[in-house]
Design a protein around this ligand. Structure first.
Ligand code: UDP
Length: 251
């Protein structure tokens, strides 16, 4: 069968674009160089970010698949482009934390870096207008955002992904502090109702600290003006793939 072709733009997010394709069951995901923080209040274009994130996300989604958690990724079709299963996104963002940082510190008065005795899962309602508020299972059920079995699966899958990613980052001398996942219900033929891990796994949606130095290797560098985000991401690419990053594409 001929490879699906890219059609019109369906959706543009802060860091990615989603296009329709000639195959109804698939979408085309394009990673942009745009960086945003604080729900879009702070913005910049970071050279190579889209390409580095696309490579990292594909690599990590494949590892997660190998660990038994199905994902939306079907095929890498370019340095910043991926064919993915078409989904209905579940509007519940799943955050897994191994160490306290970010919003949990502000919310609960914890010191950044406080170790958690086991992985902690938090749910947030995916809504830019409301700034993604923290919710619990009851909210998700009450307002029809997810069913009970889906929430149970989200927890199970998030913990499995955490174990897989912790092992991966540990091997590179990096601590996985926390990360955010999104899931969706597959819409394709023969797939209806299947839950797939969606979106991306990148340093945009994870906190990664270099062991020993505690240097931040993630989007906190941009959020908090700690250095050059492009350099940080290119270094991360080299650490993962064992070779220097060379750009293959224009944004
Ligand atoms: N995160 C994300 N998108 C969001 C909110 C959070 O990718 O809209 C990621 C974030 O990068 C971090 C983790 O989820 O790795 C936990 O974020 P937190 O709740 O601490 O919020 P923040 O301090 O980033 O506002």
């Amino acid at each position: 069968m001929a490879a699906p072709q890219r059609l019109g733009l369906l959706y543009e997010g802060k860091a990615k674009q989603i296009y329709a394709t000639t195959d109804d069951d698939l979408v085309w995901m394009h990673f942009k160089d745009d960086a945003t923080a604080f729900n879009g209040v702070k913005k910049a274009s970071i050279r190579d970010k889209g390409e580095v994130n696309a490579a990292i996300s594909a690599h990590l989604l494949r590892r997660v698949e190998d660990a038994g958690i199905p994902t939306h990724l079907v095929e890498v079709v370019g340095p910043r482009d991926q064919l993915c299963h078409r989904l209905e996104i579940i509007p519940v963002e799943v955050v897994v934390r191994n160490i306290a940082a970010g919003s949990i510190c502000r919310r609960l008065g914890l010191e950044e870096g406080t170790a958690l005795s086991r992985p902690l899962i938090e749910f947030f309602y995916k809504s830019d207008e409301l700034n993604d508020p923290l919710i619990n299972d009851d909210h998700a059920l009450m307002f029809g955002w997810a069913e009970a079995w889906e929430l149970a699966y989200l927890r199970h899958a998030a913990l499995r992904v955490n174990a897989t990613l912790c092992e991966f980052w540990d091997g590179l001398d990096v601590t996985l502090v926390d990360f955010k996942l999104e899931f969706g219900r597959a819409l394709g033929k023969g797939q209806t109702g299947r839950i797939l891990l969606a979106d991306e796994i990148t340093p945009d949606g994870s906190r990664l600290w270099e062991k020993n130095t505690l240097r931040k290797l993630d989007k906190d560098v941009f959020r908090r003006d700690l250095g050059d985000l492009g350099d940080t991401y290119r270094d991360l690419f080299a650490r993962i793939f064992g070779e220097a990053f060379h750009a293959d594409s224009e944004a």
